[in-house]
Write a new protein. Structure first.
Length: 200
C-alpha cells in the first residue's frame, strides 16, 4: 500500500480520514476523543508462524516498513523473518506480525507491524499479548522492546501496555546507517530507546 501523498510504502493511516501515509507525511497533534474515528471492525485470528510462505510474507513486511530485513536491537543484529513469530490473519491474509527471541531472563520483541488499514483493531495489542503469554510460560522475568527516538506512536503503544523506558542508547541508529535519517514527522532518527515490562 502506497502513501496517499507520495510513492513510499504506507506505514500509518490518518486518524481522521484513514488515508494511508508514510512516516514522512504524518504529523503529531492533539485530537479529542470525539474526533477520533473508529475503524470498521475486522475479525482476525492470531496464529504461530509455521510455514515458509508466512515467513516470506513477514520478510515482505519488514522490507516495506524498514527497508531492510535485519533489525538492530539490544546490541543484536537479528534477521526478523528467521525468528519465532505470530501472525494476525484477516480472511486468510496476513495483516500483522510480531517476531521475538529469547534472552537469558527475558523475551525480546524484535519487530511488530500491522497493515495501516488494519490498525486500531487491537491486533498489535493481541500479538504482543501472545509473546507475553509465551514469556510467562517460559518463566521469563521481563518483556523487552526497543524503538527509535522518532517513533512516538510506538512509544505510546508500548507504554499503554505497561512497558517503561529504562535505557537510551545515543546515536546507535545513526551509526548503523552512517547518517542521521529523517523519521516520523521529520524528526531526526538517532537513538535507540529501550523499554521493558516486568512480568513477575
Amino acid at each position: 500500500m502506497k502513501c496517499e501523498l507520495c510513492e513510499k510504502d504506507a506505514v500509518f493511516n490518518c486518524r481522521i480520514c484513514r488515508k494511508p501515509l508514510c512516516e514522512g507525511h504524518i504529523r503529531l497533534q492533539a485530537i479529542c476523543t470525539s474526533c477520533v474515528k473508529e475503524s470498521p471492525h475486522l475479525d482476525f485470528r492470531i496464529e504461530k508462524v509455521t510455514s515458509d510462505k508466512e515467513r516470506y510474507r513477514i520478510r515482505d513486511f519488514v522490507r516495506s516498513y524498514w527497508g531492510e530485513e535485519e533489525q538492530l536491537t539490544f546490541d543484536r543484529k537479528l534477521i526478523v523473518a528467521e525468528l519465532p513469530a505470530y501472525v494476525s490473519k484477516v480472511n486468510q491474509e496476513i495483516a500483522g506480525f510480531i517476531a521475538f527471541t529469547e534472552l537469558n531472563d527475558a523475551m525480546l520483541i524484535a519487530a511488530l507491524g500491522v497493515l495501516p488499514r488494519c490498525q486500531g483493531q487491537g491486533m498489535g495489542k493481541n500479538l504482543t499479548g501472545k509473546v507475553e503469554t509465551e514469556a510467562r510460560k517460559l518463566h521469563k522475568n521481563r518483556l523487552l522492546v526497543s524503538t527509535s527516538n522518532d517513533d512516538l506512536p510506538a512509544l505510546a503503544f508500548y507504554q499503554n501496555l505497561g512497558f517503561r523506558i529504562f535505557e537510551v542508547k545515543p546515536n546507535v541508529i545513526a551509526e548503523k546507517h552512517g547518517k542521521i535519517l529523517k523519521g516520523i514527522a521529520g524528526l531526526p532518527v538517532r537513538d535507540e530507546l529501550r523499554l521493558q515490562k516486568t512480568l513477575l
